[in-house]
Design a protein around this ligand. Structure first.
Ligand code: AMP
Length: 214
């Protein structure tokens, strides 16, 4: 089963994807994570995208499609979760072609609906465990007093360079201009399912599980 998690920055795609990896043995393909890895490895491509990402703009379709293409070969366990990809209509078309080439299909596109005010609060208070990617939040889920991640025990938490108000404003603009048309695109294809992304994490998990069960 292959699915897309679709939603604006801060909608909770990464959190839900990690849960699906644990419970459904799926493979998370996050283009944002891949680009951040490229950036920290200091590769030539990583250096090229660093500024684009810091501004909150989208990197080119060519780069992200190339990253996804590399990951679609080999065993896909319980299926792929596309997290943060596709973000443009060209990427959506390319994903359809790539899946077809490897004999796979897209079962569902889960749209996580949230409102912008909630996104600003979610994003500006966010920190991520460097060990396992667990996401904490200054107000709603603070890093434990002993500084240790509840999931893996690591003590290093990082804040993303683009989790600030200016960048977020630009990331939202990119989302509405370039990514939100995908909602109509997948609706027309009959694969779109929407869940309330503002509900509690466990409630969203249940809503997504229902989509997958069907
Ligand atoms: P994310 O971690 O998904 O919020 O992505 C962080 C940043 O990486 C985005 O603001 C973009 O600059 C870049 N990025 C991630 N995925 C894509 C994509 N599918 N297309 C273009 N840019 C992307």
């Amino acid at each position: 089963m292959n699915i897309i998690l679709l939603g604006p920055p801060g909608a909770g795609k990464g959190t839900q994807a990690r849960h699906l990896v644990e419970t459904w043995n799926m493979i998370q393909l996050s283009t944002g994570d891949m680009l951040r890895e490229a950036k920290s490895s200091g590769s030539e491509m990583g250096q090229r995208v660093a500024e684009v990402m810091a501004r909150g703009d989208l990197v080119t379709d060519e780069i992200v499609i190339g990253l996804i293409r590399e990951k679609l070969v080999g065993d896909n366990a319980g299926g792929f979760i596309f997290d943060g990809f596709p973000r443009t209509l060209a990427q959506a078309d390319a994903l359809g072609d790539l899946l077809h080439e490897v004999g796979e299909t897209l079962e569902a596109v889960v749209e996580m609906r949230v409102d912008d005010d909630a996104l600003v609060n979610r994003i500006t208070g966010r920190s991520t465990c460097a060990g396992c990617g667990e996401v904490c939040h200054d107000v709603t889920k603070p890093v434990p007093a002993d500084g240790k991640c509840t999931r893996c025990g690591n003590t290093e938490f990082t804040r993303r360079a683009d989790d600030n108000e200016d960048s977020l404003r630009q990331r939202l603009m990119e989302y509405y201009k370039k990514t939100s048309p995908l909602i109509g695109y997948y609706h027309a294809k009959g694969t779109l399912r929407s869940v309330d992304g503002l509900a509690a994490i466990e409630t969203v998990q249940t809503s997504i599980a229902k989509v997958l069960d069907n």
